[in-house]
Design a protein around this ligand. Structure first.
Ligand code: PHE
Length: 471
């Protein structure tokens, strides 16, 4: 990554310097990692899976997963990345071997690369929808729109493969453009100014919901924060846990590769905690912006992946100046998606540069193209190829899109995360980990170490066993 420092640094692996450069400052790392974490996962996915899984109890499991699984794994990934100073594939191999473990840990990095490609493929299609909504909102399509109007505008988009293909292609080109140009300048600005703006916009929407539809707003608050454990299924627990990985960009190497560009001497604990906090706040605010609209209209909480595209336009259509507020919102959403999409490319690109000697720009185009092709499958499965199937007792209707979603969020990310937890807790030398995490075996270290060693793996395994009906 052209992250600031000279990209012509030489790899001196004994002293472990990343050949891809380094973040220019701690702030840059925090900004980039926050940019990776905050994205469609918070604003598009969190509200609709909360809606589908009954609200409060699901949110509680999600928050617990962030605290007990997400934050500890983020600390582990960033510290492994920084110690390894290479792409996840090579960092995992090198560290495990240094500390007397098997060299086959690189397979975990490789699984991560495959996961990235799969996620990027559908991520780009959804981000393409957000792009399409920039134009639609700016064009004034949503003025005074009703819930059924918003629904039919959305289904008009997703059932038209040609339109989706065009938007998906445009988003992928934008992503490749950012990565190829060198992310530093663009990324820094995007995250430093646009993220707080997105945050303010969400706040504005929450306040608006409160003022326009007080009763529905309170319904929304109760739905999100009053746990109804009867509404929570085994599948719901699995989805909440998987989402903790997705939303924090964990389990596939993104945080690890960002950690590999992190200068020494920065508190990984503090940075991880901050990133998780911001990410969670953004998700909760998105929920609070959306659910009042759901209850104020005849839309159901279980509307699925179209939820934000069907609710927010109604709000934009009702307020004065909503056309421009809405346009700005979707522009910001596209930026948030871009800063996440680039981190989905990075593990694969770093690996191709290191192991295949491919130039950075070529590697980027190669990885992007593979994901683009896979994205076409998602597009077709939203329309002409749609078919239904059952998973963990739930029926799903969007064929390959759903399969890709389940495969990545519910299976591959948690499996990758479990492997990282086991590596950090049981294989890597504790002394070296302590050194990487600030050099002191204080309370923070022990809290983290015991969690990653016992609590994280046991919770992960328990959730899996629960989902397949063993416990
Ligand atoms: N965390 C991103 C989001 O919430 C998605 C993502 C997942 C990015 C995995 C990188 C890796 O939108």
């Amino acid at each position: 990554m052209h992250t600031g420092c000279s990209s012509d640094q030489v790899a001196i692996l004994s002293e472990r310097v990343s050949i891809h450069g380094q973040w220019s400052s701690r702030l840059m790392f925090v900004l980039a990692a926050t940019g990776s974490a905050v994205g469609l996962g918070n604003i598009w996915k969190f509200p609709y899976i909360t809606g589908e899984n009954g609200g409060g109890a699901f949110v509680l499991v999600y928050l617990l997963s962030i605290a007990l699984i997400g934050i500890p794994i983020m600390v582990a990934e960033v510290s492994i990345g920084r110690r390894g100073r290479q792409s996840p594939v090579n960092a995992l191999r090198a560290l495990a071997q240094d500390d007397g473990g098997s060299r086959f840990w690189w397979l975990v990095g490789f699984l991560g690369i495959v996961t990235c490609l799969l996620i990027l493929s559908f991520y780009s299609v959804i981000a393409g929808c957000a792009l399409a909504y920039v134009l639609r909102t700016a064009g004034g399509v949503f003025r005074g729109v009703t819930a059924s109007g918003a629904e039919s505008i959305f289904s008009g988009l997703i059932s038209d493969p040609e339109k989706l293909l065009a938007w998906h292609t445009l988003f992928m080109i934008m992503t490749l453009g950012v990565v190829a140009r060198g992310v530093r300048s663009g990324l820094e600005q995007a995250v430093r100014f646009l993220m707080p703006m997105l945050f303010l916009m969400l706040l504005l929407l929450v306040i608006l919901g409160y003022q326009l539809h007080f009763e529905s707003f309170m319904k929304g608050v109760r739905f999100m924060f009053l746990p109804d454990f009867d509404a929570l299924t085994a599948n719901g627990i699995l989805v909440a846990m998987g989402h903790a990985f997705f939303t924090l960009s964990l389990g596939m190497g993104a945080m690890m590769v960002y950690g590999s560009y992190l200068p020494a001497g920065i508190s990984i604990f503090r940075a991880s905690f901050f990133i998780a906090l911001v990410d969670t706040l953004v998700a909760l605010m998105a929920g609070l912006a959306i659910f009042p609209m759901v209850f104020a209209s005849e839309l159901g909480t279980g509307s699925g992946p179209g939820l934000i595209f069907q609710t927010l336009p109604i709000a934009f259509g009702q307020i004065p100046g909503g056309r421009w507020v809405g346009t700005l919102f979707f522009v910001l959403l596209v930026f948030a998606s871009l800063t996440s999409a680039i981190s989905l490319l990075e593990p694969a690109v770093a690996w191709l540069v290191e192991n295949r000697g491919i130039q950075r720009i070529r590697a980027t185009v190669l990885v992007g193209s593979v994901s683009w092709v896979l994205g076409v499958i998602t597009i077709l499965s939203l329309g002409p190829w749609a078919f239904g199937f059952q998973f963990a007792g739930e029926s799903r209707s969007k064929g390959l899109f759903d399969i890709m979603d389940v495969l990545t969020s519910v299976i591959m990310l948690p499996v990758g995360g479990l492997a990282v937890a086991l590596l950090a807790g049981w294989v890597l030398s504790r002394a070296r980990t302590v050194a990487e995490l600030g050099g002191r075996e204080g309370v923070a270290f022990w809290l983290w170490y015991l969690t990653i060693r016992y609590v994280t793996p046991v919770s992960l395994i328990a959730v899996f066993l629960h989902a397949i009906g063993v416990i």
